[in-house]
Write a protein that binds this ligand. Structure first.
Ligand SMILES: *Cc1c(COP(=O)(O)O)cnc(C)c1O
Length: 224
């Protein structure tokens, strides 16, 4: 008996419903955030069809990638990246670095990537709700910084934006933060942006309504 099959089916159905209600016919990708779960849990979710997984600490990413390297998984890094971990992250060749949160970090990662001959698919993280507790670029300057990274950082393959919804009980506030992110994403489509990563366990339906095409789901998938 697979512990996660029912969670997974329920989530897929909720996504499908939200997608139809939003008249959204593009594919919405799920990244299963495994940071609170062990590798057995990842294997079980894999066996019901999940392929993309995300971790927020470089050490944990490495441990899970090593232990699960017999599976054809796609790994995303979604956490705060400290300078002293940049090389470690690059050595892991993640499928997507979702949490590039400043021009300074982008330049530093680009520099190291150049030395290693690595091209790193990357998203720019936006602090759309302007919260002190979150990293990410401010929405007013996000477009400029995105363009600057495109120009200055050839070893980052910038593919779009990532944001965490406002930390609030107020659905209106959360929605506003998603709309802010989506607007920036829309303006950057002409510059090649194709990924708008927003929506977590508590707010993914709202994120879909606001145009998300990549959900990062942890607790809702891995709960028992
Ligand atoms: C932990 C985490 C998630 C998943 O959170 P849940 O609420 O468990 O779905 C998504 N994105 C980021 C950046 C995270 O750190």
């Amino acid at each position: 008996m697979n512990r996660y099959e029912k969670n997974f089916d329920d989530v897929l159905q909720r996504i499908e419903k939200a997608r139809l209600e939003a008249n959204e016919y593009n594919i919405i990708k799920i990244v299963a955030v495994s940071k609170y779960s062990d590798t057995d849990a990842v294997r079980e979710l894999y066996s019901v069809g999940q392929r993309a997984f995300g971790e927020n600490r470089v050490q944990d990413l490495k441990l899970k990638m090593d232990e699960l390297d017999d599976l054809p998984l796609e790994w995303h890094f979604i956490g705060r990246l400290q300078k002293n971990k940049i090389n470690h992250l690059l050595d892991l060749h993640p499928s997507l670095f979702q949490s590039c949160d400043s021009l300074e970090l982008a330049k530093e990662v680009d520099k190291r990537a150049k030395v290693k001959g690595v091209i790193l698919p990357t998203l720019l993280q936006i602090n759309s709700a302007k919260e002190d507790t979150k990293t990410g670029v401010m929405p007013e300057v996000a477009k400029d910084i995105y363009l600057q990274i495109l120009e200055d950082c050839p070893n980052l393959k910038l593919k779009g934006v990532m944001s965490i919804g406002a930390h609030s009980e107020d659905q209106k506030l959360i929605q506003k933060s998603f709309e802010t992110t989506y607007k920036i994403f829309e303006d950057l489509k002409s510059k090649g942006a194709s990924i708008c990563s927003m929506g977590m366990s508590n707010d993914f339906e709202l994120a879909i309504k606001c145009g998300s095409n990549m959900l990062r789901l942890g607790s809702i998938l891995f709960k028992r």
